[in-house]
Design a protein around this ligand. Structure first.
Ligand SMILES: [Zn+2]
Length: 395
């Protein structure tokens, strides 16, 4: 199957084929050596011509049509007169110290991402799990360096999701994702969500002063972190998190009224903005609410929040928010008092939405991608590997 012409295409042009034969059922061996008459010493960069000795080196190369290719290269060692030491000649497409070509590693990486599971990769490429893991994450790291190495961008989104349960302490560990809004991709991932943990892992990235806006959901750890870490940035409270603030209270009140949790239609009618409902739906909702005063009051406040977000212009929005907060003081419902407190505390960040007009939607979307990545790998033990996988999946 493997003829001279094909073999010529497989090996790099710097190599000369000595011979080629089949070793077993589907593996082929190509023996080759480098053509060049001289090599450059890696220590002092002088040209060397005198050969010190030879040695055979076995290399794995990318399989061709299901056939395994083994390259056996007669490598020369040259003697450098300046350094008075021998050195081994480099091979094109092979990193120093590696026993596989870069092409082989890339091919394994492709298989890891395309094949259903790693067992199939192992069978196809006839190599160990250890090698597959190592090659895969090596390649991911290379990809990260190529695409994800730039200073802090202007606008960021930060959010967290659960990662694994810590076996020693039994508590859940979180992962923080930082999204670059402009380039629409994941910028970096860090383990944990406290200021100290984030600082330790993200501190090395230059250009913190570039950051002008950061979207977060309303939680104090991230607020403190952003204030501390990005001195020039404005915090924007995520719109959808603000709109969602009353949902749990609404659902609880509905459950008390109807006695059941599972009523998809009622849930949708209550939670959706009234603008999205049709005429008959609005009428049904109105009749339902007229019978339950607590639910109705909660609903009115929720609609007011939605309406607030439709206000045009920063100054108008600021006025509307102040009016809403002062009106809430008259309400007797504890949920509304709690909402009032939250809105007062996050007033500035909520209004910043009108200055930047960004939300955390993409960050939440990447949370979903993260879930899929975890599922596909049946969970991760190493955070470093998880991080590489996420960075490669979310770009
Ligand atoms: Zn030298």
């Amino acid at each position: 199957m493997l003829n001279q012409q094909l073999a010529r295409m497989l090996v790099p042009s710097e190599l000369e084929i000595i011979k080629m034969y089949r070793t077993s059922g589907r593996s082929y061996q190509i023996e080759a050596t480098k053509r060049s008459k001289q090599e450059v010493c890696r220590r002092c960069a002088s040209l060397c011509k005198s050969i010190y000795d030879h040695r055979w080196v076995s290399l794995r190369d990318e399989p061709v049509r299901g056939k395994l290719i083994f390259l056996k290269v007669l490598k020369r060692r040259f003697y450098c007169k300046h350094c008075r030491k021998p050195f081994t000649e480099p091979l094109p497409g092979v990193l120093p110290g590696k026993r596989t070509t870069q092409r082989f590693q890339k091919s394994v990486m492709w298989a890891c991402e395309t094949f259903q599971d790693l067992k199939r990769v192992r069978r196809q490429y006839a190599c160990s799990y250890d090698f597959i893991y190592k090659a895969h994450y090596d390649q991911l790291e290379r990809k990260r360096r190529k695409h994800n190495m730039y200073p802090w961008p202007k606008s960021l989104g930060i959010d967290e999701h659960g990662f694994r349960r810590n076996k020693t302490y039994g508590r859940r560990e979180f992962v923080t994702m930082v999204v670059d809004h402009k380039n629409k991709k994941l910028f970096d991932v860090a383990l944990g969500k406290s200021t100290n943990e984030l600082k330790a892992q993200l501190g090395h990235i230059p250009g913190r002063e570039n950051v002008k806006s950061v979207t977060i959901d309303m939680c104090d750890p991230y607020k403190n972190f952003v204030k501390d870490f990005f001195p020039g940035a404005k915090i924007v409270a995520d719109k959808f998190h603000v709109l969602r603030l009353l949902s749990p209270a609404l659902m609880r009140a509905r459950k008390e009224v109807s006695g059941t949790r599972a009523d998809a239609r009622a849930k949708r009618l209550l939670l959706a903005s009234i603008k999205r409902l049709g005429y008959s739906e609005r009428r049904a909702l109105r009749t339902f609410l007229s019978k339950h005063s607590v639910l109705e009051e909660l609903y009115q406040w929720k609609e007011r929040l939605h309406k607030f977000y439709r206000t045009p212009g920063y100054h108008n929005a600021s006025k509307v928010l102040k009016k809403m907060i002062s009106d809430m003081a008259w309400s007797s419902l504890p949920e509304i008092q709690r909402l009032r407190k939250t809105l007062r505390k996050w007033q500035e960040e909520i209004l910043n939405y009108w200055l930047f007009r960004i939300t955390n939607a993409r960050t939440e979307g990447f949370n979903n991608v993260a879930k899929l990545v975890k599922r596909r790998a049946y969970g991760f033990r190493s955070f470093e590997n998880y991080r590489l996988k996420l960075l490669s999946a979310c770009c």
